[in-house]
Design a protein around this ligand. Structure first.
Ligand code: SAM
Length: 215
């Protein structure tokens, strides 16, 4: 697989996988809280379970929560370390999830296969191109939901991230997604709100929430 599969050095699948593996590998234990994201819990609570895709599932708390609440879940993450932890957590929880270690922007999930596509704080490089992101959006079935949640970053936080070598501008954000939804989706919720049940000590206390229903 070429290093610059997404067209720019550093944003290829292999480079992103290495970067995320290194981030997860910084700690022996879990990097995230191990709790499902509050916004997902609130939004999914009112839905009839069906097939769900968890994009950038990390250590698996959301996918496990969805599976335990009746969903048939496919969960994908580019980091082998994260997926390994997610599998182990699912085994402990007795939850059945289809775990995939891979680049979601290189996957060919069939169009219209998911009743819910959940993207909780995704970090998808813009360098992958719009077609790849559109292909991902196309996996939402007619009548199904896309739920994308991002950290609401102020200038200070953006600068802090840049100083650590990560420029948020290089990643697909809610504005980019909104543009790509086009006429295929009805946007039901597009807002910045306090984060629901944030983990203790997180600096991220507000979410950008985009909920859109496929026509
Ligand atoms: C900020 S973390 C969020 C993890 C999880 N959704 C959560 O809320 O705890 C972003 C995740 O996206 C994964 N990721 C980044 N690029 C990806 C890609 N192209 N395909 C699949 N997963 C990706 C990373 O490995 C990381 O686990």
């Amino acid at each position: 697989m070429p290093e610059d599969q997404h067209g720019e050095k550093g944003f290829g699948t292999a480079a992103q996988a290495d970067e995320w593996d290194a981030r997860y590998g910084e700690r022996e234990g879990a990097r995230w809280s191990g709790r499902p994201n509050g916004r997902l819990r609130v939004e999914a609570a009112g839905l009839t379970p069906g097939r769900a895709l968890d994009v950038g599932c990390g250590e698996g708390a959301d996918a496990i929560w969805l599976a335990r609440n009746g969903w048939t879940v496919t969960a994908i993450d580019i980091s082998e370390v994260a997926v390994g932890r997610a599998r182990a957590a699912a085994e402990l929880a007795g939850a059945a999830v289809e775990w995939i270690c891979g680049d979601v922007l290189q996957m060919a999930f069939p169009t219209g296969s998911f009743a819910l596509v959940s993207m909780q704080y995704p970090a998808l490089p813009k360098a992958a191109g719009e077609v790849a992101v559109r292909t991902l959006l196309d996996t939402v079935r007619p009548g199904g939901l896309l739920l994308a949640v991002y950290h609401d970053l102020d200038d200070e936080h953006r600068e802090h991230m840049k100083s650590r070598g990560v420029d948020p501008a290089d990643y697909v954000d809610a504005d980019d997604l909104r543009q790509l939804l086009g006429d295929d989706f009805t946007v039901e919720l597009d807002t910045v709100e306090p984060r629901i049940d944030p983990p203790p000590d997180t600096p991220h206390i507000a979410d950008v929430v985009l909920r859109a229903r496929r026509r």
